[in-house]
Design a protein around this ligand. Structure first.
Ligand code: SF4
Ligand code: ZN
Length: 299
C-alpha cells in the first residue's frame, strides 16, 4: 500500500478516512488534525498558558508532545494518585520525559499533600475508586490551573473515550451529561477554568502510532481500578461496530455534537455556584466534595 500524500511505502492505514500514510506523512496528518481541532473549536491560541494533564499513558503523552511541537505554551501536571506501583512507574515516565526535553512539569501527590488514599476512602464510603479519583482529579485540575494563571486545562481524551462515554450516557439517557458532553467545556464562573480535549477526533490507535513513531516512552498498563469498568465494555462494542462499518465511532460522536447535543440544552440546570468555606474553590454546597474527602479520610 502506498502513502496517500507522498506515494512512498505506507506503514499505517486509517480505514475510516480510507487513507494510508508513511511515517512522516502520518505525523503531518496528526499535527494537522490536532491543530485543526484547536482552531475550529476555539480551544486556545498561541501564547496562552495551557495546563496539560498527563498520566504517563499514550494519549496524554501524545498530547503533551504534539502541543509542544506545535509551539503552544504548555506546562504539564501529573497527579500521583497513590495507586501502588502503577503510580510510581507512571510518575517516573513523566519525569524522565520532562527532564530530557527541559519542559515544565508540576507534580501533585494526593497522599503526601492531602493525606488522601483512594482505596481507603472508597471502602469507607462504599463508593467506587473511580468516582473518588474523578472528584480528586477534577478538583486539582481546576485548582492548579487557577493558582498558576493558566487559561485552559487540556486532557488527552480520544475518539474512543468520547464515543464510549456518549454510548454510556445514551444507553442510560443521562440527559445532564449529554448536555455537557463536548470537546470544550467553557468556564461558567471566574474561578472555573475552561477544559478542552484536543485529541477528540483521534483514535487510541492513532495516538499509539504517534507515540511509537516518535520513540516516546509511556506506561503500557491500565490503572488496576479500570478492570471491569463499563467504559471498557462500551469500547469493545464500538470496536465491533467499527470493524463492520468503519467510521461508526466518528459519525456517532460528531453527529451527536453537531445535531444531537442541542436537543439536551434545556435540561441544563442553573447551578447555584458558591465558594467552599474551607478552600475557596467553586462548589454547589457549603463545603466542596474534595474538602469533604479530606475530612473523611482524617476522621
Ligand atoms: Fe482513577 Fe479509575 Fe482512572 Fe484509575 S481507572 S486513574 S482510579 S478514574
Ligand atoms: Zn473545598
Amino acid at each position: 500500500m502506498r502513502c496517500r500524500r507522498c506515494k512512498d511505502k505506507a506503514v499505517i492505514y486509517i480505514e475510516r478516512h480510507n487513507a494510508a500514510f508513511c511515517e512522516n506523512c502520518f505525523l503531518h496528518y496528526y499535527y494537522n488534525q490536532v491543530d485543526k481541532n484547536i482552531k475550529r473549536e476555539k480551544m486556545f491560541k498561541k501564547g496562552e498558558k495551557i495546563l496539560v494533564v498527563v498520566s504517563g499513558g499514550k494519549d496524554s503523552m501524545a498530547l503533551w508532545d504534539v502541543l509542544n511541537k506545535n509551539g503552544y505554551d504548555v506546562t504539564a501536571m501529573y497527579i500521583n494518585l497513590g495507586i501502588g506501583d502503577y503510580s510510581n512507574r507512571s510518575q517516573e515516565i513523566v519525569e524522565n520525559y520532562a527532564e530530557e526535553r527541559k519542559l515544565p512539569l508540576i507534580i501533585k501527590n494526593i497522599k503526601k499533600e492531602y493525606g488522601l488514599e483512594i482505596g481507603k476512602i472508597s471502602k469507607k464510603l462504599k463508593r467506587s475508586p473511580c468516582s473518588i479519583c474523578g472528584t480528586i482529579k477534577r478538583y486539582l485540575f481546576n485548582k492548579v490551573a487557577l493558582d498558576g494563571g493558566f487559561t485552559t486545562v487540556a486532557t488527552g481524551h480520544n475518539l474512543d473515550d468520547e464515543a464510549a462515554t456518549l454510548l454510556g450516557n445514551t444507553l442510560n439517557w443521562q440527559e445532564g451529561y449529554l448536555a455537557r458532553q463536548a470537546p470544550v467545556l467553557p468556564s461558567t464562573h471566574p474561578k472555573l477554568v475552561k477544559k478542552v480535549k484536543p485529541l477528540f477526533t483521534l483514535t487510541e490507535r492513532e495516538n499509539l502510532s504517534y507515540i511509537l513513531f516518535n520513540g516516546i516512552k509511556f506506561i503500557h498498563d491500565e490503572c488496576p481500578h479500570a478492570v471491569g469498568a463499563s467504559s471498557i465494555l462500551y469500547k469493545e462494542v464500538l470496536n465491533k461496530l467499527e470493524e463492520k462499518s468503519p467510521g461508526t465511532k466518528q459519525r456517532f460522536l460528531i453527529n451527536f455534537l453537531e445535531k444531537g447535543r442541542k436537543h439536551f440544552q434545556d435540561v441544563r440546570e442553573e447551578l447555584d455556584l458558591k465558594e467552599c468555606k474551607i478552600c475557596g474553590q467553586v462548589t454547589t454546597t457549603e463545603i466542596c466534595s474534595f474538602c469533604r474527602l479530606v475530612e473523611i479520610s482524617h476522621s
